[in-house]
Ligand binder design. Structure first.
Ligand SMILES: C[S@@+](CC[C@H](N)C(=O)[O-])C[C@H]1O[C@@H](n2cnc3c(N)ncnc32)[C@H](O)[C@@H]1O
Length: 188
């Protein structure tokens, strides 16, 4: 996850964040260097203790205060309408009940608040999609529950958030893991 090309994506996805941010799937904190100084505080949600260990040095060096607040994106420890932005990168592929997580994200965002995301998912190319479906059971076992074939754009749109920006493209590397959904969705 620490690739240079992914760092460029992280920089774009984080660029317009400010105020109170909740990051779902905080992992090893690779987005920390990209938080703008306009971010007041980041609340981190992630179940992985290993991720916390890997993140410790980045968290300690962060200009923006980071606080761990929860373990599961399906149940966010935040009041309704309380968060300016939710950030999620390469995590919606893994959360078991992704629709529930998106519903939680919508619940905690304030009206006008936005979800900023960069995720891999289902390709529109039939041949790639066939392999994504075929390989997902193995990928789930090998990569901590990661699905290759989630239609991320559709899932975000179905959550009731309004997609105001969505860029799709293949990132570097194999197409089955590299079809990207990078965007912003707003709560009305
Ligand atoms: C591929 S890693 C991405 C980590 C980080 N977002 C990044 O961009 O480097 C997927 C992350 O999702 C987290 N995760 C798995 N299940 C989760 C859940 N139910 N709620 C929140 N995060 C979860 C994992 O612990 C892991 O940190």
């Amino acid at each position: 996850m620490n690739r240079r090309d992914l760092a460029e994506i992280r920089a774009r996805v984080c660029a317009s964040l400010d105020g109170e941010v909740l990051e779902v799937g905080f992992g090893s904190g690779l987005n920390i260097p990209h938080y703008p100084s306009a971010v007041a505080r980041v609340r981190a949600v992630d179940p992985a203790t290993m991720g916390r260990k890997l993140a410790a040095r980045r968290v300690a060096a962060s200009r923006v205060p980071v606080e761990y607040v929860g373990l599961d994106g399906e149940s966010l420890p935040a009041e309704p309408d309380s968060i300016d932005h939710v950030l999620v990168t390469w995590t919606l592929c893994t959360i078991p009940d992704v629709r529930r997580a998106l519903s939680e994200i919508r619940r905690v965002l304030r009206p006008g608040g936005s979800l900023h995301f960069a995720e891999h998912g289902l390709s529109p190319d039939d041949r790639v999609a066939r392999w994504q479906h075929r390989m997902t059971p193995l990928q789930r076992r090998m990569a901590g529950g990661c699905h290759l074939d989630r239609p991320i754009g559709q899932l975000v749109a179905d959550s009731g958030l309004e997609l105001v920006k969505l860029d799709n493209y293949y990132a570097e590397g194999p197409k089955i893991t590299g079809y990207m959904f990078e965007g912003v969705a707003v709560k009305s």
